[in-house]
Design a protein around this ligand. Structure first.
Ligand SMILES: [Zn+2]
Length: 448
C-alpha cells in the first residue's frame, strides 16, 4: 500500500511539473466521482483543469499522460474514468462535428451581414489566433463608425473551442437583430441606436477548427487571464495570443456589462469564480442571472442548479477566468452562460437552442441601460465615489477610477449620488436615478 502511494506521488509530481502554470489541456477525461472523493487531490495539482462539476462527476483536463495518473488515483478510490477523446466516440458524434461551419464559413456569413447592413454593422479583427486566424468582432450600433456616448455591451463566445453552441448563437443573433432592425421593429431599433454592442462569436477559432478545448497551443483560455487573488499586475505579456487580444480590446473600450458563452451544462454562473468572498454587486448579478435563466426551459427547470443559476466559486473554483478579470480590472460586470449539456450537439439542434435563448440574450443586452454614468467635455481622469441613496440610510458602493472623461456603471435600480474627483483636484457631485428600461432606451449620462 505504501509503495503504491509512493509511486502515486511520483506519478503525480511528474504530471504536475510538465507544464507548470500553463493550463495545458491536451487530454480530457470524465470521472464518475459523484461523491467528489478525488476533487481536492486533483485541484491541488495547480495546472490541471476541472470543469462542469455535476451530480455524477466532473471533467478533468491536463497535459498528455494525465490519463494514466487519473486512472491510478481513480482505481484506488474505486471511481470510473472515461476518456473524452473524440477518436473514441460514436460515428454519430463524429458526423456532428463535420456538419458545422468552418471558421472561414462563419467569417463569410459575417461579411455578408456587413455588406447588407453597412450602417449598423462593422466587422473587424481584434488580433490573430496562434495559427494566424483573425479573431473577428462585430460592432452593432447606429453611426457604427463613430464612438458615441452610449453604454457599451459585449458578448464573447467559444473561448473553449469544443463548446460550439455559443458561436452559432452569436451569428444567429446578429442575423436576427439586423433583420429586425431593417424591418423597423421599434424596440430592436431603439436598442441598437442607443447601445454600442460588441460581439466576438469565436475567441478560439483554432480550437473550434479541431474541436478541442484549448487553443493551438493546447492552453485553456478561461484559465489564462490574470487572477486578481494571486497577481496584482494585469500584465498581458506571456499569455496566449487570444487572451492578449481580448485584454487589449477590453482596455481600449468601456464595457459595462458582458457575458461569455460556454457549453457542457445549462446554467448562468455569476462571479466570483476564484474566491468565496461576496461579489460587490451580488444582488444585482444574481438578479440579472436569474432573469436570463428564467426564460430558458433547461435552465429554469434545472434539477442541479436551483433557478438555473449558481455562484462560480460555490460550484467549483476557477483561477484565471475571464469573468472575474473583467470586473476586477475593468468594472465590466460579466456572467458565464452555459448553453447546452452537449458541448457539440448535432447541428440540427442549433435552431432550437436559439429559440430557447434568444429572448434572454436580447433582454440581457438591454440591461446595460440599467445604469448611470457621466461625461466631461474634455479628457479627464480621476475617481468617482458612488452612494446608493435610501430613505433611512445610504449605502456606500465604493470608489472607482475613470479615464478619457467618461464613466458608466450598471447598477441596481434606485437613486444614487456620484461624487467625482478629477486628478487635477476638481470635484463635482450629482444625483441620478437608475431604472429598468424596456421597450425604448435612453443612455443615462450626466454631462459635467
Ligand atoms: Zn467552457
Amino acid at each position: 500500500m505504501f509503495t503504491k502511494l509512493l509511486s502515486l506521488v511520483f506519478a503525480l509530481t511528474a504530471v504536475a511539473s510538465i507544464h507548470a502554470q500553463e493550463n495545458i489541456v491536451e487530454e480530457g477525461h470524465y470521472l464518475f466521482d459523484a461523491n467528489k472523493k478525488l476533487i481536492k487531490l486533483i485541484q491541488s495539482q495547480g495546472d490541471l483543469t476541472i470543469d462542469h462539476v455535476g451530480n455524477h462527476g466532473y471533467e478533468v483536463y491536463g497535459p498528455a499522460g494525465v490519463g494514466q495518473w487519473l486512472q491510478n488515483i481513480a482505481d484506488q478510490a474505486d471511481v470510473a474514468v472515461i476518456s473524452l477523446d473524440h477518436e473514441k466516440e460514436s460515428k454519430a458524434a463524429k458526423d456532428a462535428f463535420v456538419s458545422y461551419p468552418t471558421p472561414a464559413q462563419i467569417a463569410a456569413r459575417l461579411q455578408e451581414l456587413q455588406a447588407k447592413h453597412p450602417n449598423i454593422f462593422k466587422l473587424f479583427s481584434i488580433g490573430q489566433s496562434g495559427n494566424g486566424q483573425e479573431l473577428y468582432a462585430v460592432k452593432l450600433s447606429d453611426n457604427v463608425h463613430e464612438d458615441e456616448l452610449e453604454p457599451e455591451f459585449k458578448y464573447i463566445a467559444n473561448m473553449h473551442g469544443d463548446e460550439i453552441v455559443g458561436r452559432e448563437m452569436m451569428v444567429l443573433l446578429l442575423e436576427d437583430l439586423t433583420e429586425r432592425y431593417a424591418k423597423g421593429e421599434s424596440e430592436i431599433k431603439s436598442l441598437i441606436d442607443n447601445t454600442e454592442i460588441y460581439i466576438i462569436p469565436s475567441m478560439n477559432p483554432d480550437g473550434a477548427q479541431s474541436r478541442r478545448r484549448g487553443n493551438a497551443r493546447w492552453s485553456d483560455l478561461n484559465r489564462n487571464f490574470p487572477d486578481f487573488t494571486t497577481d496584482n499586475t494585469n500584465r498581458p505579456d506571456g499569455r496566449q495570443p487570444e487572451t492578449q487580444a481580448v485584454m487589449a480590446f477590453q482596455a481600449a473600450r468601456k464595457f459595462a456589462l458582458s457575458a461569455n458563452f460556454h457549453g457542457g451544462t445549462e446554467c448562468v454562473n455569476y462571479p466570483w469564480d476564484t474566491t468565496g468572498d461576496d461579489f460587490p454587486l451580488l444582488e444585482l448579478v444574481k438578479k440579472l442571472s436569474a432573469e436570463y435563466a428564467n426564460d430558458v426551459p433547461g435552465m429554469k427547470n434545472s434539477s442541479e442548479f436551483p433557478g438555473g443559476i449558481t455562484n462560480g466559486y460555490d460550484w467549483y473554483e476557477v483561477d484565471g477566468g475571464m469573468q472575474d478579470w473583467s470586473y476586477h480590472w475593468h468594472q465590466d460586470l460579466q456572467v458565464t452562460i452555459e448553453l447546452s449539456h452537449q458541448k457539440w450537439p448535432n447541428y440540427s439542434t442549433i435552431p432550437q437552442y436559439f429559440k430557447w435563448n434568444k429572448g434572454s440574450m436580447i433582454r440581457y443586452m438591454s440591461r446595460v441601460h440599467q445604469g448611470a454614468g457621466f461625461k466631461f467635455e474634455t479628457n479627464k481622469s480621476g475617481r468617482v465615489e458612488i452612494e446608493k441613496l435610501g430613505t433611512f440610510k445610504s449605502i456606500n458602493l465604493g470608489e472607482y477610477t475613470f479615464g478619457d472623461g467618461e464613466f458608466y456603471k450598471v447598477l441596481d435600480t434606485g437613486r444614487y449620488r456620484f461624487t467625482v474627483t478629477t486628478s487635477d483636484g476638481e470635484q463635482e457631485s450629482f444625483t441620478t436615478k437608475v431604472s429598468t428600461q424596456s421597450g425604448s432606451y435612453t443612455p443615462n449620462f450626466t454631462k459635467l
